[in-house]
Structure formats: C-alpha cells, structure tokens
Design a protein around this ligand. Structure first.
Ligand SMILES: Cc1cc2nc3c(=O)[nH]c(=O)nc-3n(C[C@H](O)[C@H](O)[C@H](O)COP(=O)(O)OP(=O)(O)OC[C@H]3O[C@@H](n4cnc5c(N)ncnc54)[C@H](O)[C@@H]3O)c2cc1C
Length: 467
C-alpha cells in the first residue's frame, strides 16, 4: 500500500480488532481462520448458528474493563461506518434460547474468570468469578454443612455468570427459589468500561430498585458480570425420592394439586411424559411419571411420606431413601435430554411456566398443535412450579419453519393462561419475536428504557434487541 492511500475498510477493521486482541494476548484471541475452535463459539445448545469476527477470552475483570473502553474508542473511530462493533457475552454456551449466539461482532468468552474467591461460613456466603462452572461451587462446599441450592440440570456445563444472566433454576426451585433469591452482590463492567458493584449481603433490603434483580434474567444486556456473592443454605440432613406413574398428564397434575392442598412441601416435583419416560427405563408401569423429592430430617420425611401415601392419589409409589437409588433415578431423568439429542437432529426446548391448574390444558394444546404440524413432542420438567419443557423434535432441517408456527401458538396459549413464555432459559434470539406478538407495547417500552439506561450504545448482546 502506498503511503497516503486510504486503507480498505476490512484492513482497518482487522487492525482495530487486533487492538482488542492485544489486551488479552495472542493465545486468548481466536480468529475465524482457526476454523474448528472458532466455530464452537457460534452456537449454544439450540440449532441456531451465528456469525462473528473475533473471539476474545479475557482473564481478569481489569481486562474486561480495558476491552469495553477500547470498544468504545473503536466505535468512535468507525462512527457512521457499517461495521459491527459489539460484544456477545458467553459463559458455558449451554443456553437453550440462542442468547449467546452472536450476530456479527465480537464474542467475549468469560470462562477464564474462574476463581472461587471466598467461602464465608459464618455469613453463609460464597464469592466467585463469573466463569466458574456451577458444579464447582458444590465441589468447593463439599464437606461443609452448607450448599447452594439452585440446581439446573446443566450444573456441570453452565457458568455462574450465565446462570445469573438467565436467572437459572432447577428441580429444587419449587422449595428454594431461583438464582435471584441467592444473589447477594454482583460486580459488573458497565458500558463505559467501569466496575460497578450492586447488592447487599443480608437477604432483606429496602433501598430503591433492586439492581441485583435486574441483572438476574438480563441475558447479558445490561453489563458484564465478573463476580458474584451468593447466599448459601444449610444442607438438608436427608432426602427421599418417590415415583408414581399416571395414565394421563391431567391425572399427574391432579396429584400435584392434591399434594399442595395437603400442605406437603416437596423439594421438587418433576413430570415426565410417557414418551420421555419410555426412553430411560423407570422402575414403573408405563405412563406419565411424577418424581416427588422430599428433604429435611429423617423423621419429617417419614411423616411426609405417610401423609402422601394416605392421600391414595396413585396406585403405586416407588420410594428411594438411600443415596445411591436416589441418584440412579435422577441420572435416568437427566438422561432424557441426551437420549432425545441422539434420536433427533433438531430440538427446540420451550420452557413455559403456567399456573398449575392450567398445566395439563397447555400440554394438551401443545400436543394438538404439534400433531397438526406433523412434529414429535416430548414434555418433561419442573411441574411442581408449573415450569415444563415442551420439546419439539425434528428429524430434518426442512421442518424448522414449523417451529415458528409452534412457538407462536404456545406463546399465545401460555400468555392467555397468565404464564411466562420462559420460566428459566430466557427469550434469547429464538423466542423474542413471539414475545413481541403476545406482550404489550408498554412492556417492551419499559424494558427498552432499562436497557438504554445501562447500555445506551447497544454494546452488549445487541442481537437481543428487537425494534
Ligand atoms: C442439558 C441441559 C440442561 C439444562 N437444564 C437447565 C435447568 O435445569 N435450568 C435452567 O435454568 N437452565 C437449564 N439449561 C439451560 C442453560 O444451561 C442455562 O440457561 C444456563 O444458565 C446458561 O449458562 P451458560 O454459562 O451456559 O450461559 P451461556 O449459554 O453462555 O449464555 C446465556 C446468557 O448469559 C449471558 N452471559 C453469560 N455470561 C455472562 C456474564 N458473565 N455476564 C453477563 N451475561 C452473561 C449470555 O450473554 C447469554 O445471554 C440446560 C441446558 C442444557 C444443555
């Protein structure tokens, strides 16, 4: 190139991206030419495929601040030019909504921020960086009397940051609540590249808008969470798992309602439809399976089991009180998803949450719509709190357009029932447009105002903003 000759836009962009790469170093920068390792950053656990120009793997909060500051500088340099300069934040990439799937720009892989910083037994708190895999919290607490009770099935795949950004939940959320119930404090990097700290240690606070609550479920749209302090609970002394099968989903839901009316408060109640149950060989007659897990003292569990059996709401209960049997049954439940993945090339896992009395009707309607489209469906999930995974299963890519029709129908049905399109996975890129169709304009105006207050230039996860 001759001196004075204008550089091509793509060369200027490559040089600019190189400045970002210099902050994290060569070994923590992945360019598109590194085909295989780069491709891994373009998807999550959905079928959605994205595109990006660069992947950066910062190793400290200071590097994250420097990256955001440099991104802002680049934005000014390229003002008015059609280049995508934004960050798509990525934790474990285990998402089921396409929220971390990039639509151009730069992927920030946050998994190198993976230190557990402190366990404060007296205050029952654990402090860790955002890239810690959630199961590592349990490992760090092993041998103590404390535990972190939020237990998504993806515990071994997802990060602390991702679980905050999606307000992750799990089977035990029926009794213990979701991530937001445990997030005491969070540090995040703001859109101007500064560290911000929000939250307080006690569970009770009345000091204006709850900023920790805003981060929970924000899908990385407000800031880059780098560190969090979580509240812990005392490990329950004992647990027991009971299984029963039912001929219909309605009968299984009736059973859940009866337990609730009787004042029995299980740790979790999982529903598994007949097709899903048939994949994993439960020790029960075929049909819809309910898994009811109790915890507490041995005496309290015995009393709960006696009360549950006295309700005579199922013909037979299989009871597992010892640790090994209980774990084996949970392993079967957790094998359903991989089993489905092996059989079907494409899966869309909806995770609707509806009031319990509407649950069976929503399942029936999802099945009816799937049958009309000629699509297989498998339903399982955390029925105790009305949160079920409606999985549409496809064998070929040419069926994918049918998913739009099914998502739209389910969104309308769930909203009519007063429920949520997503109970724990988030709207992501996949479900946002359908939310737009069923929720009010005011709802989106308020959401947009909050986004703009934190990230007016749409630096973080811009693919999640819809007009
Ligand atoms: C087999 C399987 C089972 C699952 N079971 C459950 C379940 O029981 N319960 C449940 O809730 N989910 C479940 N999931 C979904 C998924 O694991 C959760 O949504 C999880 O919280 C995502 O965490 P992640 O680290 O993988 O995040 P990613 O998928 O990488 O990202 C998810 C979102 O978090 C944002 N994000 C990531 N890190 C940060 C950060 N540091 N700061 C700000 N934003 C960030 C991303 O931008 C994106 O919007 C399951 C997934 C699979 C594959």
């Amino acid at each position: 190139m001759n001196r004075g000759e204008p550089q091509r836009a793509s060369d200027r962009l490559t040089a600019a991206l190189g400045r970002l790469g210099a902050i994290v170093g060569k070994t923590n920068t992945v360019w598109p030419s590194e085909n295989e390792s780069f491709a891994a950053y373009l998807h999550d656990e959905t079928y959605l495929q994205g595109a990006a120009d660069l992947v950066l793997k910062p190793g400290s909060a200071a590097e994250v601040c420097a990256l955001v500051a440099e991104l802002n500088a680049l934005r000014s340099e390229f003002a008015g030019e059609k280049v995508k300069l934004s960050f798509t934040l990525r934790g474990g990439g285990s998402g089921l909504s396409g929220a971390c799937v990039p639509d151009g720009g730069i992927v920030l892989d946050l998994t190198r921020l993976n230190r557990i910083i402190d366990i404060d037994a007296q205050n029952r708190l654990i402090r860790a960086e955002c890239g810690v895999i959630l199961s590592a919290l349990g490992d760090a607490l092993a041998g103590s009397a404390l535990c972190y009770p939020v237990d998504p099935s993806s515990l071994a795949l997802c990060t602390l940051g991702g679980s905050i950004a999606t307000n992750a939940a799990g089977p035990s959320s029926l009794k213990y609540g979701t991530t937001r119930n445990y997030l005491a404090q969070a540090k995040f990097v703001s859109a101007v590249g500064e560290m911000a700290e929000v939250g307080v240690l006690p569970a009770k606070t009345s000091m204006g808008f709850s900023l920790t609550d805003l981060l929970c479920g924000s899908e990385g749209r407000l800031g880059i969470v780098t560190e969090a302090t979580l509240r812990l609970i005392t490990l329950p002394p004992a647990m027991a798992l009971l299984l029963a099968s039912f001929t219909t989903e309605s009968a299984a839901v009736e059973c859940i309602l009866a337990l609730r009316s009787a004042g029995i408060g299980p740790r979790s109640i999982e529903l598994i439809d007949a097709y899903s149950a048939s994949l994993v060989d439960f020790p029960l007659a075929q049909g819809v399976v309910l898994m009811v897990e109790l915890d507490g003292s041995e005496a309290a569990i015995t009393a709960d089991i006696e009360r549950l059996l006295s309700l005579k709401i199922a013909t037979e209960w299989v009871t597992a009180r010892d640790e090994k049997n209980r774990r084996d049954l949970w392993a079967k439940r957790k094998n359903i998803s991989p089993g489905i993945k092996r059989r079907f090339a494409y899966r869309l896992g909806e995770d609707v949450a509806v009031p319990l009395p509407s649950l069976a009707a929503v399942c029936a309607s999802a099945r009816r719509h799937a049958a009309e489209q000629g699509v297989e469906v498998a339903i399982w999930g955390h029925a105790g709190d009305g949160n079920l995974h409606v999985n549409y299963l496809l064998e070929t890519a040419d069926q994918l357009p049918k998913l739009d029709i099914l998502m739209r129908g389910l969104a309308a049905e769930v909203t009519r029932a007063g429920g949520a399109m997503s109970g724990e996975h988030g709207l992501g890129r996949l479900k946002r447009k359908f939310a737009r169709e069923v929720l009010s304009a005011q709802y989106f105006d308020m959401q947009r105002s909050i986004k703009t207050a934190f990230d007016p230039q749409m630096l973080f996860n811009p693919a999640l903003e819809i007009a």
